[in-house]
Design a protein around this ligand. Sequence first.
Ligand code: PEP
Ligand code: MG
Length: 755
Amino acid sequence: MRGALGGPRVLLRRLREVMAEPVSAQERLDKIVVLIAANMVAEVCSVYVLRVDGTLELYATEGLKREAVHLTVMRTDEGLVGLVASQANPINLSDAQSHPAYSYRPETGEEIYHSFLGVPILRAGNTLGVLVVQNRAHRTYSEEEVEALQTTSMVLAEMIASGELSALALPGAEPAVRPRKNLAGAALSEGIALGHVVLHEPRVAIKNFIADDVQTELKRLDDAIATLRADVDLMLERGEVSDGQESREVLEAYRMFAHDRGWLDRMREAVATGLTAEAGVERVQSDSRARMLRSTDPYLRERLHDLDDLANRLMRQLMGVEHAPRRDQLPDNAIVVARMMGPAALLDYDRKRLRGLILEEGGPTSHVAIVARALGIAAVGEVENITGLVESGDPVIVDGISGEVFLRPPPDIESAYAERVRLRARRQAQYQALRDKPCVTKDGRHIQLLINAGLLVDLPHIAETGAAGIGLFRTELQFMVATSFPRINEQLSLYRSVLDAAEKRPVTFRTLDIGGDKVLPYMRAFEEENPAMGWRAIRLGLDRPGLMRSQIRALLKASSGRALKIMFPMVAVVEEFDQGKALVEHELTHLRRHGHILPERVEIGAMLEVPSLLYQLDELLPRVDFLSVGSNDLFQFLYAVDRGNARVSGRFDPLSTPILRPLRDIAAKGEAYGKPITLCGELASTPIGALTLVALGYRALSLTPSAVGPVKAMLLDLDAAKAKAVIDPLIDAPAGTVSVRHRIEMFAAAEGLQL
Ligand code: PEP
Ligand code: MG
């Protein structure tokens, strides 16, 4: 069998010398292909580089016709080289010409070569080019030779990534390192941000690829793996779920991989060819990343992600690098990029410098998205492979309205967005000027504008927006961002801070709305077919009264001497309200008996978000002190449309008669019984929704903080009676359509209202 001359270690050492020589990029490439060809006893060695236009260009060759260099260009769906690039996998053939993908390029003179070995030049799983060796004779390259060529390709990956080759390219045909990208994802948090990438899990930059002494490197690798295994075992033993991220399932997967011989052997083999331990880890990691990017099986992808995370840990272990970037190292206008992160990790970033967030996973209902909205930063999720595409410091634009991400944007896009940011700032300033103005419509209706909140970071929004108070405090958010059950004192301290921040303004605390899609990472989840309609909110609260009782106690204690408003989520029958109220009264009696200072006044209400309550209003209203309409869930249940399922959630229009009719009835009943009604669903947070609700008789709306400005600006210009006169008949007799949005838009346009 023909073996490689001197073996891969000799080759790597020679390559290191070539990399250090003060020669031009082309000369360096030319020397590299000669060295590889000689070492592998191949007649041909060629380097193809992937360009920004998606084609592959021959950059250097030993053995093919030299005139073809920089002339031969092929698509990635063309020929064997294209196949290696698109599959990111080696191709090893003893008779290349009989392969169906073989494509003949006369300018190269390659027809005389029969055997072919091509390997992708990979970096972070992305293909940067293809490295090929060819022989005249029918020859099958050994596994060691494939491995050696892949190892060698890492040196080329570094060379391409360094940008050294760009000088050899024509404009528009540069190597596809750090190309411009326009990526589409899911909008998670409204806002637009221009800034620079901060990788939440920074990639460790490898400085030394080529080992001085292979035995030393093998030992370094083995030691790091031993530490990694011990760490994972310890995490599992302690039942650690750091930041709600590493669930038990993930830790189990870590353990499985950490002990997986196949993974370890591949890394050891890579090191044995002459790489440093860290370069060996990266070599294998890049392969599995490439597989992950091409896999469509969700389970496999998930596991490959876990393996990728584990490889990152191993790399940090080897290089002694800290996990997250230090707070004080954060640049201004930081855009944090992560595969996924927990809410607490996002809260750790310096709020003053944080502008945006981009996630590979993470849908709109993820906990981190909730925190991003509370922080008021632009966020986009579900952006495929974003962590593999960016480098720290890359310029990037996050459009949290359209769900787009512009990586390394061209100047025209950047200036268009900068203009939008300026415009938004100007509009914000106009809203700010309205902050202290009472919210009264043109025809003299007072509308109470409150905000929705749930975390400490929300509290400054009260003063910023000039809101009349908090109409919905989602107490479950504290539980969702925590890594373990918040103790009663922690709950009490949050509630006290909320009441302090609100000063004398009213705050409506909603008791825990957990269950459904609001899962707590540390609580055992029950498999439910329909979690939104399952064991959640007050159902769970009444079945496990200990939890609810301690929360109510914390609320009562926190408000000592002040007014308190409590409401229950997901009430479906009046008896549930009665039972909840009885719990509050029981706790009041208990505290009174123990000499605690009681709240000045306690009002108890219910969320109206389950349609069954629509038919119990005459029973419910006399019992409650107030009602709050949860239009998000009411809409979901009325239309039987999962609010978290993007495929159906936009199918029906909330501005349509089947929901507007009951909403109007609720407002009228509230008035008849003299009970205040607030609406706290998303519908109130759009100017067109608020317009409609005021026309239907609502006088209190609880909004996302960022919506207060635009809604108030619209309401100040609104003639509510006129709106009612237009909207009532539409609802009673819709003009052939269920949605009345268009008609309301026409009314707004005629009235000069900004929607
Ligand atoms: C609602 O359902 O409309 C509501 C305000 O509650 P949440 O969005 O928290 O379910
Ligand atoms: Mg709800």
